[in-house]
Design a protein around this ligand. Sequence first.
Ligand code: COI
Length: 360
Amino acid sequence: MKYDIKVTRTNNSRVSDVDFDNIPFGRLFSDHMFVSEYVGGQWINPRIEPFAPFLIHPGSMGLHYGQSIFEGMKASLSQDGDPMLFRPEMHGRRLNVSAARMCMPAFPEDLFLEALHMLVGMDRTWIPPKEGSALYIRPFMFANDEFIGVKTSQTYKFIIITGPVGPYYPRPVSLLAETKYIRAARGGVGDAKAAGNYGGAMLPAKLAQDKGYDQVLWLDGREFKYVQEVGTMNIFFVIDGKVITPSTDEGTILKGITRDSFIKLLPELGYKVEERPLSIEEVVDAYHSGVLQECFGAGTAAVVAHVDKIAYKDLIMELPPMEARKVGEMAKSYINALRAGKIEDKWGWIVPVKTEALVG
Ligand code: COI
């Protein structure tokens, strides 16, 4: 290992309290966390310590002006019970794309990977054994200058916490295509995993929930014409046998790593995938012509969330039932089997946790 990551182990593991057959999403936190601070132009004091709350100054800039970004990734167990990470390099790269957009310092990608291997290696008993469950990994970074003026912070904190999770959406979801609020516009921060993107989506999501929908289907910010994403996940449609997902080149849609995995693996499974602008009218026309076969969200947390209903203006599009949701189901089973080490990983997406991280 290249970096000197100081390790302080807990004397009081909480893992025996976990009911691995009944794991809610996002409420359980493993025994340890990785922490490092950015001070004087460099990342210092990388360390793994017992998971615990920490003090934060009320003037900490990350609380006020939103220089705050995160990642979401997963670790799972192989058939032999060895811990494995899913596409960790890509998450490290995307973290730094978000950091650059938010005028935050890059976190060294080799240190990011080393920290992940050590942390997941230490907390490997927290990885749920059941296929479809995983250890969710949440790296995040926030501005930490104690200052109330608006400027770029000079100090930052980078932390990785983890916790066992089950499915994010245990049931199919219903979506309301939003025609008043927007998530992202050209030139904005829609393709960064910036905390504010999620905060800004809360009111429209609540209004959609008040109308009986689970989530918002975001449309573009200029014309409310093109489908973007769901906020918690990217979106795929199956129309007349073709798999279509909105292209990300306008910089308004998060470049999802599950999205990228599906774009690569679905052609191998015999499906034609198109990445292109997709208008909501095209979805409506496909619905009226009887060729809107499937819609599903794809994301690290969600993996695949089938969509059973989409509302757009006065139209409610009921999607075909579960038996017809072949593409989404196939993509989900494939990723889950890959994560469980049950099928060959021809892309090199699965990275075994380094053996030197498994001692102790
Ligand atoms: C993820 O899929 O990992 C995400 O970060 C989305 C979400 C849980 C906010």
